[in-house]
Design a protein around this ligand. Structure first.
Ligand SMILES: Cc1cc2nc3c(=O)[nH]c(=O)nc-3n(C[C@H](O)[C@H](O)[C@H](O)COP(=O)(O)OP(=O)(O)OC[C@H]3O[C@@H](n4cnc5c(N)ncnc54)[C@H](O)[C@@H]3O)c2cc1C
Length: 287
């Protein structure tokens, strides 16, 4: 449980961090909350010659509601998002999701950005980021680029982040009113990670569902957007028959299904369909 030797840097600004990432290239990794990276290093699943700890860059920890956009710094902790009055008011899905990540210690230390870049197939945040059409801001020595959540998650533990890039901010459109949302998951008992998790963001027009975003984690090697369910629900009144038919398609967009000692592939697919229906029903009940 002792990691291989590494050099350790503690930049105070984004520019300094980006300079270090550019200098060390693929030999270097960002350290955020350390909840995934440090165990992997201690178990020698990975050996990183250079660590750039971004925990002292105050610019990376913020929650701002800026007109029609919520801007969240990559180092903002799960707990800070779950507790934020602005988030509860403008985007309750994020607060509900953040409150279900791990336990209090994990929520105090783990970060929104770290979780998204790590892209654990059982992590909670990717489902919410997909349902909310989040955009991720990546900065590097060659400038800034913005990636949609739907393009960000590439595969298991793999994202579109390139060597030298730092995720600095996550931008989320403030959901249009009237809206309602829900995040429901079946947690793995020991860690809290999602065996299956479903994030739903509804936009209503009277009793009609005008638009819906649904992100699903836990089933597939990467979180995905349940586009078949979304298409089947848009323009309907979310009656029970429509909901059942739509939720039956909840695993249709999964690239593959994972099975392990906690849940088989078939059981995960079943849970996905059941929880997709429950999550939409729960959200609809909150309109
Ligand atoms: C006991 C336990 C229980 C947990 N339960 C849950 C749970 O129920 N649900 C859940 O979703 N998660 C859970 N987690 C995961 C945890 O919440 C963290 O979100 C996760 O480990 C990654 O975030 P971090 O800030 O710790 O990132 P780190 O471990 O520091 O980094 C993870 C990876 O992302 C990269 N990275 C981090 N930040 C950036 C950045 N800004 N730019 C570029 N690259 C970056 C790092 O280089 C590394 O590769 C649990 C963790 C533990 C230890």
């Amino acid at each position: 449980m002792i990691p291989a030797n590494f050099d350790y840097h503690t930049p105070k600004t984004v520019a300094e961090a980006i300079g270090l990432l550019a200098e060390h290239g693929e030999d270097c990794k960002v350290l955020a909350g350390g909840h995934s990276l440090i165990p992997a290093m201690k178990l020698r699943l990975t050996q990183i010659p250079v660590l750039v700890d971004i925990g002292r860059i105050s610019d990376l920890s913020h929650i701002k509601v800026d007109g029609s956009t919520i801007r969240i710094g990559a180092m903002t902790t799960h707990g800070a998002i779950a507790a934020s009055a602005d988030i509860k008011q403008h985007c309750p899905l994020l607060a509900e999701c953040g409150a279900q990540v791990g336990d209090q210690q994990v929520r105090n230390r783990g970060t929104f950005g770290g979780s998204l870049v790590h892209a654990d197939p059982a992590a909670d945040w990717p489902a919410a980021a997909l349902a909310l059409n989040a955009e991720l801001v990546l900065q590097s020595a060659s400038g800034e680029r913005v990636v949609k959540a739907s393009d960000f998650f590439v595969d298991m533990l793999t994202t579109d982040v390139q060597p030298g890039e730092l995720l600095t901010e996550i931008r989320i459109p403030v959901p249009a009113q009237p809206m309602a949302s829900a995040y429901l998951k079946v947690p793995q008992a020991a860690s809290g990670f999602a065996i299956v998790g479903v994030a739903v963001q509804l936009e209503m027009d009277g009793s009609t569902c005008k638009a819906v975003g649904i992100g699903i984690t836990g089933l597939a090697p990467k979180a995905y957007r349940a586009t078949a369910v979304e298409a089947a629900l848009a323009g309907t009144t979310l009656d029970d028959a429509t909901l059942s038919a739509a939720a039956a398609k909840a695993d249709a967009d999964a690239s593959d299904a994972m099975g392990d000692i906690h849940a088989s592939e078939d059981y995960r697919r079943h849970l996905t369909r059941v929880y997709a229906k429950r999550a939409v029903q729960t959200a609809a009940g909150r309109v």
